[in-house]
Design a protein around this ligand. Structure first.
Ligand code: 4AD
Ligand code: MG
Length: 480
């Protein structure tokens, strides 16, 4: 058996000394020809390995370069240096993988996030990305724990679908047909998809919601957690072409139940990360503080990262309707002084992210849940309110992020649903299976979608969504 190592995190966590241990990992630095800082990704803290002068071959010492992978065995001893309780006094050091010091891109110095994005295959080996991805892991685990503890069923919805769940048409096509022009055509010149792999036109899913609704009308409480895809050409710090979404769907929930679930859920997973990733979050808070110092005073956030997370966990989200939000925005000095790029003139238009951020960051200074949007700017499946103008929708807006959750109570009444689909040109025959839930034992139900990367962004304080997913997909980028 080769792998008899102790994780560096576990080794450093204990005061225990005077025992033999083996560690394996990647060299961060090697100084004075005797002190190796070794990291294995279990924590940002490196273990110090002492290679006592004169005890090791010169040829071996030369190979202890930044990035090299080594195995070291020796005695764990109390450390004389500050910053660590113990260190490892090596008796043997074995090079598992050399790393050419001249060409290894992750030098022990500060690199820009842009540079690290171009080296996404190696950026895991930095402190920033070490912390980000350990927090991402913890949040994913907390999500499953939250729903499992509440008795929800984890449903795997399909990645390849024939429907457009959001009715927005921003989909990636999936086809096995040749793209050289030789694919069979219909009389009107369009591609004949009956000859394609699935015998029809298919695409990558934009949301698992519709399938989630099918399961909720049997299991009562379900959630999905999987990749979703949007072919929208959005080059922003909040958009990815491939992102992960969590979509609970609950029978017998109305809009208020839905808001209560979403708020409790967000608070739970943030609290989980704060309890379980203290060290990483402290590191990220420090990183953010340094980054903020580079910004002009007015752009700096008032709270530090940990303060912000505590605040979100401890305070109620502000709940108001779209109509109330429009009034606040219209009457705001910001609008009157024409500081918005898109001025708020009246009721009915969609809110831009500048408006969402104004509400959250300037007006309420806390997360906000907006409800009851005009039906024209929302999806076909949302439950129509009695006013004939709005739907039982909800968006949760978070400081620094904007929309983090989108959801609604669903239209469970068959006649209302089909009428809305007709108005919005959603072909009912393609969604016959969805409509059957309304035909056989329909029930009030509600759900929402949380963008996982936007949550990770919020918790880690990372400014760009491309830095919280291992290998980001965005326009003109799918290198790794
Ligand atoms: O608001 P959206 O489009 O809602 C849905 O897809 C519903 N079917 C959800 C539901 O009710 N079950 O997307 C939900 C969330 C957004 O609030 C946002 O956090 C995230 O998904 N999101 C994106 N995240 C990263 N990149 C993108 N391009 C995103 N588009 C949406
Ligand atoms: Mg939305």
């Amino acid at each position: 058996m080769f792998n008899k190592r102790i994780r560096i995190k576990d080794l450093l966590a204990s005061d225990k000394a005077n025992y033999e241990a083996t560690v394996m990992g990647w060299v961060r630095t090697f100084r004075n020809n005797q002190f190796i800082a070794l990291n294995d990704g279990s924590t940002n803290n490196n273990v110090q390995i002492v290679a006592t002068l004169g005890q090791f071959d010169e040829a071996l010492l030369k190979r202890l370069t930044t990035g090299a992978c080594i195995k070291a065995t020796g005695e764990v001893i109390p450390s004389l240096g500050k910053g660590q309780k113990v260190e490892l006094k090596a008796t043997t050091i074995e090079i598992l993988g050399d790393s050419d010091a001249e060409t290894f891109p992750m030098q022990p110095k500060k690199h820009s996030l842009e540079f690290l994005r171009e080296n996404a295959h190696l950026r895991f080996r930095t402190n920033t990305f070490g912390s980000v991805f350990r927090v991402r892991h913890a949040l994913a685990f907390a999500i499953h724990k939250f729903f499992n503890d509440k008795g929800f069923l984890y449903l795997h919805t399909p990645i390849i679908t024939a429907s457009d769940a959001e009715g927005a048409g921003e989909m990636f096509k999936v086809t096995a047909l040749p793209l050289d022009g030789t694919a069979a055509k219909n009389e009107d010149g369009s591609v004949n998809y009956t000859a394609d792999f699935f015998g029809r036109s298919t695409n990558l899913t934009v949301s698992g919601q519709l399938e989630g609704e099918l399961a909720a009308t049997a299991f009562s409480d379900i959630y999905t957690f999987g990749p979703t895809f949007r072919a929208e050409n959005s080059n922003t710090t909040r958009h990815l072409a491939e992102f992960w979404m969590i979509e609970p769907e609950v029978a017998f929930n109305d809009l208020e139940d839905n808001m209560n679930l979403a708020e409790a859920f967000i608070k739970y997973v943030i609290k989980y990360a704060m309890d379980n990733n203290k060290e990483d979050l402290e590191f990220l808070a420090q990183r953010l503080e340094e980054e903020e110092k580079q910004k002009p005073q007015i752009e700096r956030s008032e709270m530090g990262l940990l303060e912000k997370l505590n605040f979100v966990v401890d305070n109620d989200f502000e709940r108001l309707t779209y109509t109330e939000a429009i009034e606040i925005l219209k009457e705001s000095n910001h609008n009157k002084k024409k500081k918005f790029q898109y001025l708020i003139e009246g009721w009915g238009t969609d809110l831009q992210s500048e408006h969402e951020r104004y509400l959250v960051e300037k007006h309420f200074k806390k997360p906000v849940i907006l409800t009851d949007y005009p039906k024209e700017i929302k999806s076909f499946y949302m439950r129509q309110n009695d006013d004939g103008k709005t739907v039982a929708a909800m968006d949760i807006l978070a400081p620094g992020i904007g929309e983090i959750v989108g959801g609604s109570q669903r239209e469970e009444r068959m006649d209302k649903l089909t009428q809305r689909m007709e108005e919005m040109h959603i072909p009912a025959e393609e969604l016959w299976w969805y409509l059957e839930t309304r035909k056989f034992g329909t029930c009030p139900h509600a759900g929402f979608g949380l963008g996982f990367e936007r949550l990770v962004q919020f918790v880690t304080g990372m400014g760009n969504i491309r830095d919280v997913i291992p290998f980001p997909r965005y326009p003109k980028s799918a290198e790794f």
